[in-house]
Design a protein around this ligand. Sequence first.
Ligand code: GLN
Length: 538
Amino acid sequence: MKILSTTKYIFVTGGVTSSLGKGIIASSLAKLLQARGYKVTIQKLDPYINVDPGTLNPYEHGECYVTEDGAETDLDLGHYERFLNSPTSQANNVTTGRIYQSVINKERRGDYLGKTVQIIPHITDEIKKYIKYLGSKKKFDVVISEIGGTVGDIESLPYIEAVRQLKWEMGTDALFIHLTLVPYLSASGELKTKPTQHSVKALLENGVQPDVLVLRTEHPLSPGLKEKVALFCNVNKEAVIESIDVPTIYEVPIKMKEEKLDEIVLKKLGLPLGEPPELKDWNDFLFRYKNPKREVKVALIGKYVELRDAYKSISEALIHSGAANECRVKVEWIHSERVNEENIERKLKGCGGIIIAPGFGYRGIEGKIIAARYARLNKIPFFGICLGMQIAVIEFARDVLNLCDADSTEMNSETKFPVIDLMEEQKEISDKGGTMRLGAYSCHLKKDSKSYAAYGKSKITERHRHRYEFNDSYLKLFEDAGMRAVGVNPETNLVEVIEIQDHPWFVGVQFHPEYSSTVLQPHPLFVAFIKSVLDNIK
Ligand code: GLN
């Protein structure tokens, strides 16, 4: 299908509480529109002042997701890619920090010609520019912009004002979807619509009339309840959509199809309905996910395990790769600070595979090293990701090469054996934001490696987010002792993948394969890791 001459814009807001799943609704709608033949992209507008979430502690904001072009972004972009199977970019995530930075830079350059710089129009114009930018590329028919936070927050006001203006300018080329919660009061056995009414009132006070309401609920909504909401909120009855809790986020597109969210949106935007979405591959995935033939337990060792969102892409990649192997992967979340020599066996009991997660700083490092050693010696399938690979290298250096205080200079700048060290170009950098080795880099795999067997090809590209690297001067020592560098960056020679030969499956990667695993294209390394876990149990 040809790209539409006029891009359509959909703005998604949320009310009543945060965490209602605006990202999943936006992704599900996009999925359905995509299945009908439209080119769709989704953008996240984040109202915080950080320029990007790269400097945020995962406890604050969950995982930091990285795009191919090296942007450190909100984890919702991961959902967008996993649902749509197409890459996002820096332009898909905008924060208040970035908006202000851009406006202040313009002010310093004198671009405003002596005018007083104000939230309206200068900040709102900048927001509008970032929203329209994705449409201006002539690559998308529909741009969905999800506004982070909840209506009524002070921080989101400039965004709401900007989209109000856009709707005024664009007329039927723009549409508002508002997500709210319909709570269930168990004492009286009733579903309550008042919070939705209040939240729509809050939007109306800002000049925004929603076109579609999506109501999150634990129980089915009666036609009477939908009618009541429609009446109080000036929305057509059929545009009041139920979004009932489902066991997996991947079922939401199916539910939204049943609720005809895509049809209602297309009609309101004046677009042809196109082919009814088939979603065959998607349904095949769901069938495999819901009807596993086996179950395996995999340990994920990290220091943010109290907040599962900190490892969102890894847990989703395990779901995709589990379904590909027709098995359910149960994750045993293990706090690296609580692992020691005495309890390691007990903690890993029943785990068929071990993943060591990405991370920063020295907290929890020794527990990770103990776990890597346990995997190596007991021949348990092992997957080290970024810091996880560095840990495998440090452990091997200490235990096999007898470099007894070998370390990464991130953890111990005085170590005698800096087997993991800062990249040369990183040494002069002092700013923390946006200065790591970020985004997609190519890597060549050796043909006789397990990684090559997984990918089925030698030239790969994967996304990075780190400052430290395998220290090349130790490479020969490692390779002679059985830990090989099987993946290397062709331009810089940096070591990207290590493997231990005499082991069922021991792979460490300096990059982040989890970022590019999608429902329809589970990541080959995750698929191979889960397969090795299954084979090993046999
Ligand atoms: N802290 C390590 C580095 O900066 C690993 C980073 C990561 O795991 N993403 O190199």
